[in-house]
Write a protein that binds this ligand. Sequence first.
Ligand code: KE4
Length: 432
Amino acid sequence: MAGTMNHQKSEQLYERAKKCLPGGVNSPVRAYLAVGRAPVFIERAKGPYIYDVDGNSYIDYVGSWGPCILGHAHPQVTEAVRRASENGLTYGAPTQKEIEIAEMIRDCMPSMEVSRLVSSGTEAVMSAVRVARGFTGRDKIVKFRGCYHGHADDLLVKAGSGALTQSVPDSLGVPADCTKNTLIAEYNDEASVQRLFETNRGQIAALIVEPVAANMGVVPPAEGFLPFLREITRQNGALLIFDEVITGFRLGLGGAQQYYGVEPDLTTLGKIVGGGMPMGAYGGRREIMHLVAPAGPVYQAGTLSGNPIATAAGITTLRLLREQPQIYDKIAAHTETIADAVKDAFGDQVQVNRVGSLMSVFFTGERVTNYETATTSDTVKYARYFGYLLEHGIYTAPSQFEAMFLSAAHQTEDIEKTCDVVRSYQTQLSMD
Ligand code: KE4
């Protein structure tokens, strides 16, 4: 979509980046392949805004894919990081801050009685799956088509997010042996789960689910779906793992497990828990987590796990969220305003799925309730929508199968500008 902005420096950097980084990026979705244009390179960010190397500014609805719920460069978070960094960046030794953030996590999500800090959501998920296998003595796991749980081998199967966009649901380089124990069910389809438990009786260690799917675009759980998963895993001696890397501290301080009132056996966290620094966590009740080394025989380790900088950013972020719980109503209301404007502008040409401050615009006439219906979306129409918004200063997900993330830093005038741009796009379409 030819636009009004100059992207010359971004284009030059992209050509240079492609010479030394795979696809010119450090995570596939950033390459904009799904929206058919060169990515913009970001120079800085503040509050709800990001600024690219060509001096263009945008209202940011990606927020680094979720961590920036307080907005970019929140002064108290950056001050905490600055002060921590003056005392050294990493010790590889226990610190008080690791205890403090583990206690904050437990206070917010009591099911996480004991947790282990790691450095990414992927690491949290792969470790939680290992603990579940160790605890049950079983090998098989169930995941849902279109859900993404990071890039660990045995979970990169029919994944969502970038894997869905790249149309390589099963990644090259993942040996069949790694995925033979990964069973695939359909999101919001209880019968598909029932069948797997019946045909793999006594063999399933865990079922892992995004309690709100956000990697095929946002797909809320159907009424009763999460309680059903809780019951069928309990009945079959399997652990229920809530992958709350996106929903943790996003849907509320208690995450999706509080929002929907369903308590998993294990939870994985990422993104917000680190306040924008590299951090993930996994946890559950003591009898499970005490299997983790050095307390028990399930090995997991990490050089920078719980490092002083990430814990400083995470603690400050969680503290601010606990001090200002009204943030959640504000960001949900702003998201609803944008969702309503999109629905008003495009009518039944689009489906808008929203849970709290997470939303997605699907260019399809079908209700989007799972992977199959999500993939009925017209990704070319989405790409045009993305390009128009970008050229008019609105930075949203460069893929149909991602979510929009709002922050506490977005103000009413930002929301109003966003809605105006959406309306102007529809006006332009109607004139084409
Ligand atoms: P990381 O390893 O990227 O920190 O977390 C992996 C992960 C695990 N679970 C869920 C539910 C996730 O959404 C993610 C990562 N989310 C993507 C966005 N869809 C990260 C963006 C990217 O891959 O660049």
